[in-house]
Write a protein that binds this ligand. Sequence first.
Ligand code: NAD
Length: 261
Amino acid sequence: MGANSKSAVVTGGASGIGQATAILLAQNGYRVWVGDLQMRDETGSLFDELGIQFRRCDVRYEEQVVDLIANAARPNGHVDVLVNNAGVGLVKPITEVAAAEWDLCLDTNLKAAFLTSKHAIPHMLPQGGSIVNVASNAGLLPRAHDPVYSISKAALVALTKSLALCHSVDKIRVNCVCPGPVGDTGMINADIAAAEDPAAFRQALIDASPLARASQRMISPQEIAETVLYLASESSQMITGTAIAIDGGKSLGVPPIATAR
Ligand code: NAD
């Protein structure tokens, strides 16, 4: 571990991108608190080894968010880094979306970032801080297959920019990353498993991102975590309000047709 006494809260850190981020932050010396619905058995010993603290937290509920942030702030009153990563997908046309599904998606992907920011920012005021929201390429360019998810992530990008402006005076930076398609995560594995033809669906995900297609692979959770670490760190001191696409060019526009270079 590097010399770094800063604290970091990572929501949804028990799996996928959040887990890779929690581990990378801990390996770089941050004192990391993960808040998630449940811990995965296979993660426990690695978290223990790295000193990562786990707190059961459903980020949709304010009292559970208050508990997570209060624990992270307990050693010295500070929270230095907040990574809003917890998220759920919703692949359905709007005509089939139940009101409860809308609430689950918007509360997890958007409202939670409001709640965590609301309660973490007071602990960042004395020293400044960095908030990194995990949005999506769907937040930059809406997608036909998951309109409600796209809405939640576009709003998260808007929240990022608003808070970046409001809290620049406090030296609290707020940025987001817009990944996808990221392999080996709970969300993408579930989407692939639910598809009629999982192999074809996986290939379609790869083909929709120009660089993923050129490399014939998805983006890795580690590749997202590296950018989150950069945005958390002092190396990015003058960067705020950005939405960094880590999507192999997926949100750039219409990709080259399959046969063209
Ligand atoms: P994942 O399913 O592996 O991780 C999501 C985590 O969030 C899980 O550990 C889950 O338990 C947790 N979570 C869900 N609801 C929660 C709640 N109410 N309270 C607390 N924790 C909760 O999937 P992932 O792909 O690593 O997703 C992480 C983030 O990345 C999400 O915000 C997702 O929208 C975003 N994202 C993923 C991709 C991708 O291709 N995998 C692309 C773009 C954006």
